[in-house]
Unconditional design. Structure first.
Length: 263
């Protein structure tokens, strides 16, 4: 596991956006062989998306041959609903870059057949040869995508009932009204995420400190689904100083020294 520790959230977002742009450029994608990018919604990626838009506007990266698969979507919300992840992604990224709309994939939360929708999503990812780079955040309870505590670490894309803590955390997107937050979502599974060739998880702020402690120093277990990242050959955690508060000083020193050697 690689751990990047930055001073603050803005520095984390800049690093991640630059890394994504670097990976796209290095892959030299084409229409026949696109770069496949997994994306999240929510608070964590907002700064990253702003930085990616700037990189595109400054002609330092292009999304012309990039295919995206979003991690999750609320059940029951229309793509036009301002609270849906469809709406979030277009407003905060897709409308501002040169991505082909046909290359955008987001789970349909209004489907009549959840199992079929999820099965087809998995097949679609496979059709493109898998996800090259998966970007994600982590909840306070260590969940990635909507894989709540006690989710199977081998799980695939499926419907999940959200934990009360997740509903509470996401209520700020709904004006603070918990009753308006959907209680279920369609989500990539932990196993789906682990199939990605490379994974970046970003976490900032003291509220994420316990999740980062478990992810790096804890044991692999389904109570903290982020710990599954320990099994991945190319997993990267990008966090700020506040998110490292519960790591041992020696752990922080180790990862900082490793990165400094590479500079």
């Amino acid at each position: 596991m690689r751990v990047i520790i930055k001073d603050n959230a803005n520095d984390c977002s800049s690093w991640v956006a630059g890394y994504i742009a670097y990976r796209i450029k290095k892959a030299k994608p084409t229409a026949k062989h696109p770069f496949v990018l997994g994306l999240p919604a929510g608070s964590t990626p907002l700064g990253i998306y702003q930085e990616l838009i700037k990189l595109y506007q400054n002609k330092k990266t292009s999304f012309e041959h990039v295919v995206t698969f979003n991690m999750d979507e609320y059940v029951g919300l229309s793509p036009r609903d301002p609270h849906s992840y469809h709406h979030f992604m277009y407003e905060n990224l897709f409308n501002h870059i040169d991505i082909n709309p046909k290359n955008i994939h987001i789970l349909n939360g209004q489907t009549k057949d959840y199992a079929k929708e999820c099965e087809n999503y998995e097949k679609n990812i496979t059709t493109y040869g898998g996800i090259d780079l998966m970007l994600g955040g982590v909840g306070r309870d260590g969940h990635i995508a909507f894989n709540e505590p006690f989710s199977s670490l081998g799980s695939r894309t499926r419907i999940k009932t959200l934990a009360p803590s997740t509903i509470k955390d996401n209520s700020h997107f709904f004006g603070g009204d918990i009753s308006q937050v959907p209680t279920q979502a369609l989500t990539m599974g932990v196993g789906t995420i682990l199939d990605s060739k490379e994974i970046i998880i970003m976490a900032t702020g003291a509220a994420k400190a316990e999740a980062i402690h478990q992810a790096i120093e804890g044991c692999i277990n389904h109570m903290w689904t982020i710990t599954a990242l320990q099994m991945h050959q190319h997993g990267i955690i990008v966090c700020d100083e506040e998110a490292t508060q519960k790591l041992s000083p020696s752990t922080v020193e180790y990862f900082k020294s490793i990165e400094n050697q590479g500079n």
